[in-house]
Design a protein around this ligand. Structure first.
Ligand SMILES: NC(=O)c1ccc[n+]([C@@H]2O[C@H](COP(=O)([O-])OP(=O)(O)OC[C@H]3O[C@@H](n4cnc5c(N)ncnc54)[C@H](OP(=O)(O)O)[C@@H]3O)[C@@H](O)[C@H]2O)c1
Length: 301
């Protein structure tokens, strides 16, 4: 992944370095600081230390001693259904453990950067701005909204909350948004896609560039970090099928209500990245371009 990371990025530890976003942030930030520390529960990587949010302890990370100024909190139970079925455990990790970690970071003089989600909104109106009222309807969203609301007090205002929409990559076979649809279509399958699920899909390299830029500028508070393009899952699937030369016949147009999740999901979680565009001037890769690239990589066998 070739991303322009500002050279004045504060040295930043990556909590949750084994995840989809954490592993990409770690390798990108190591372009600037090769000894960037990460954490994982399986701590086998170089300079990747053990940390479990069930009982977080950052002492052994020696963050301030090694020049770290900030930490990205990317560790969480990120599966929405799992938060619903394992409310107590997920709350211990996603709320209690995360807030305890933030307290320890603040005590060591490290600015915490927490990764939240468009699921803090109820999905009724869409077009949520950075300061729109939250009203989560899932347990996952409630946990994110609770952490967001407590961060200001815990950190005395020296924090950043990054609110993401669906993040995807262009790596073939990683199962992220476009790859999953393309893989199903390429193997002759039918894609069920909701016309009323609307969000702002964002390329992972754009997320990393935007967050690094916000950190370099010293931005605080809550920022929506997503592409300004809102798409329905159905329109994404149709556009991808067309680019793959398949046509829309294999896309089954459904409502989100028909999917059969463990709990009701918010429908239109589209966000307006107002602060990001005005304060960081971030530019985003268009989804149409990403769809074209995905179609090309799946047409090459
Ligand atoms: N990806 C998206 O589209 C998206 C959208 C909105 C918000 N977010 C948020 O962004 C963050 C990162 O997302 P992601 O997609 O990278 O998630 P992910 O791939 O599921 O990674 C989650 C990370 O959390 C760690 N983790 C899980 N339980 C833990 C525990 N008890 N203690 C310590 N670490 C634990 C995992 O480590 P192990 O390897 O040890 O399990 C992994 O490193 C999450 O907070 C997620 O809710 C992501």
């Amino acid at each position: 992944m070739n991303i322009d990371i500002p050279v004045n990025l504060p040295k930043t530890a990556i909590i949750g370095a084994s995840g989809f976003l954490g592993s990409a942030f770690l390798s990108s930030y190591r372009q600037i600081y090769p000894d960037t520390t990460g954490t994982a529960r399986d701590h086998s990587g170089e300079n990747v230390l053990y940390l479990d949010l069930l009982d977080p302890d950052i002492t052994q990370m020696r963050l301030s001693e090694t020049g770290h100024k900030e930490a990205l909190i990317l560790s969480a139970i990120s599966k929405i259904d799992k938060c619903e079925t394992e409310k107590e455990l997920s709350r211990e990790i996603n709320v209690q453990g995360t807030l305890e970690l933030a307290r320890q970071l603040v005590n060591e003089g490290i600015k915490p950067v927490f990764f939240s989600s468009d699921y803090v909104f109820d999905g009724i109106t869409g077009n949520y701005t950075d300061d729109s009222q939250t009203n989560p309807i899932t347990e996952y969203g409630r946990q994110k909204a609770e952490v967001e609301s407590k961060f200001e007090h815990i950190t005395k205002g020296n924090y950043l909350v990054v609110r993401l929409s669906k993040v995807f990559s262009l790596k073939k076979g990683d199962g992220s948004l476009l790859d999953e649809i393309a893989g199903t279509l390429a193997s002759g399958g039918i894609v069920r896609a909701a016309f009323d699920q609307i969000f702002c899909p964002t390329l992972i390299s754009d997320v990393i560039g935007a967050v690094a830029c916000l950190q370099a500028k010293g931005t605080t508070g809550i920022v929506n970090v997503c592409s300004p393009e809102a798409w329905s899952r159905y329109d994404i699937a149709v556009a991808l099928a067309e680019k793959m030369g398949i046509g829309p016949g294999r896309i089954n147009r459904i409502s989100l209500d028909e999917v059969g999740f463990k709990s009701k999901r918010p429908k239109n979680t589209s966000m307006v990245p107002k602060r990001l565009l005005s304060e960081a001037g971030t530019t985003f890769t268009s989804l149409t371009e990403c769809i074209e690239q995905t179609a090309i990589s799946w047409s090459v066998t």
